[in-house]
Write a new protein. Structure first.
Length: 405
């Protein structure tokens, strides 16, 4: 699997992604803490979360259409360097009165990310052979977990030593470095020169835009594999987003542990994700990608149920380590299935539509379901519902995806 890193273009994308995501974690851990520190208000941090979700709802699908028109490599370069510049106004944040800068920067940065994500997913299949896609996506899953392992403690340390200014500077530099590495990729990011030229001739009229958007939605509607994948992603995200707001509450109220344990669990899950990324390529040699995806979600659901129904710290740590394995395998398999079954000319708009849908379900899951049910039913029952939705996702994939997909 690691032999893929000998491919110069893929290696540049992988290492650039690692550096950029690590910077995201540095800021992602430090900024909410800083906002609460200067405001003393949970509402202030909730507004920041809303600013992260809104671009998904507003621009996810729109960004995907334009990503399919443009050279994906150039989109990633411009977006990454722009993100490095956009966060610089955070230098000016000193008190609760200037938190509006945080909200503005967060909104713009996540909006830019709506272009970067689909462009990356569409560029990757152009850099590796189709039979190596599962290995490439497994490496990307490891990439995310490496960053998760390094970024949070680094962000906390930089915030303690140099304050928000140091955090912003480091994150800005990582964006610029990532952009320059992607710029060094020699492979064109254009899906189809003929389509690119046609889009250029027809301009960016709204009629052309909606035509392209509808073409993407037609693939979701008519292609069985893509429609099943779309449904399972929504289900999986809905289950996952129910867990996120209750994770800390479970540790404090059920396990009776402190924030240090919670932080260590994040690290342990990242280690499990790295191991899962290593195993995904090997397991995919024995079973089809569709089966790998389905069984990964079933196993993930079982481990989640065990983790949240036995409030014992040693069991919690073991299960959290194990959770990372099927989670990483499922992500690698899912991305591979999308890349194999969606024409590269339409990849951006499919991922864009997915971003918008995930944004809607995330908002509904956090505000409308998880918090309310947590109060009414209790923390553990809601976590069990989330595990059940995850298991149902796996069964849907096993039953409705072609065995050889």
């Amino acid at each position: 699997m690691f032999t893929l890193l000998r491919r110069r273009n893929f290696a540049l994308l992988w290492f650039g992604g690692l550096i950029s995501i690590m910077g995201d974690w540095v800021l992602g851990v430090a900024l909410p803490f800083f906002v609460y520190q200067v405001s003393g208000s949970t509402i202030a941090t909730a507004v920041m979360v809303a600013m992260e979700l809104l671009p998904r709802l507003l621009f996810g699908s729109i960004a995907g259409v334009f990503v399919d028109r443009w050279d994906r490599r150039k989109v990633m370069v411009i977006t990454s360097i722009s993100q490095g510049l956009v966060i610089l106004p955070l230098f000016l944040v000193r008190s609760a009165e200037s938190l509006w800068i945080v909200y503005m920067v967060t909104f713009i940065q996540v909006t830019l990310a709506m272009f970067f994500g689909p462009a990356e997913n569409a560029l990757l299949p152009l850099l590796v052979p189709e039979d190596k896609l599962i290995q490439a996506n497994s490496l990307n899953a490891m990439n995310n977990n490496f960053a998760r392992l390094i970024g949070p403690p680094l962000g906390g340390g930089i915030l303690a030593l140099w304050g928000l200014t140091g955090v912003v500077l480091v994150d800005s530099i990582t964006f610029v470095i990532a952009g320059l590495m992607i710029l060094a990729i020699t492979q064109s990011g254009r899906a189809d020169p003929a389509i690119q030229e046609e889009a250029k001739l027809e301009g960016t009229s709204w009629s052309r835009f909606w035509k392209e958007w509808k073409e993407g939605m037609e693939i979701v509607r008519k292609d069985r594999v893509v429609s099943v994948l779309f449904i399972t992603v929504v289900m999986l995200n809905f289950g996952g987003i129910m867990i996120d707001p209750l994770g800390a509450a479970y540790i404090v109220d059920v396990v009776k542990a402190d924030a240090q344990v919670f932080g260590l669990l994040v690290t342990v899950q990242a280690i499990g994700g790295i191991i899962g990324g290593l195993l995904a390529g090997k397991v995919s040699e024995r079973i089809s990608t569709a089966r790998l995806y389905g069984w990964a979600e079933v196993v993930l659901a079982i481990v989640i149920a065990i983790r949240y129904n036995i409030p014992d710290i040693p069991v919690l740590f073991v299960m959290t380590l194990i959770v990372g394995l099927p989670a990483a395998m499922g992500i690698a398999a899912l991305d591979t299935l999308f890349q194999r079954n969606v024409p590269n000319t339409h990849m951006g708009r499919i991922y864009g539509a997915l971003n918008s849908t995930v944004g809607i379900t995330s908002l509904f899951g956090v505000l409308g379901i998880s918090g309310i049910l947590g109060e009414v039913l209790g923390i553990v029952p809601v976590l069990n519902i989330a595990a059940g939705i995850t298991m149902l996702t796996g069964f849907v994939a096993l039953l409705f995806l072609p065995a050889k997909a």
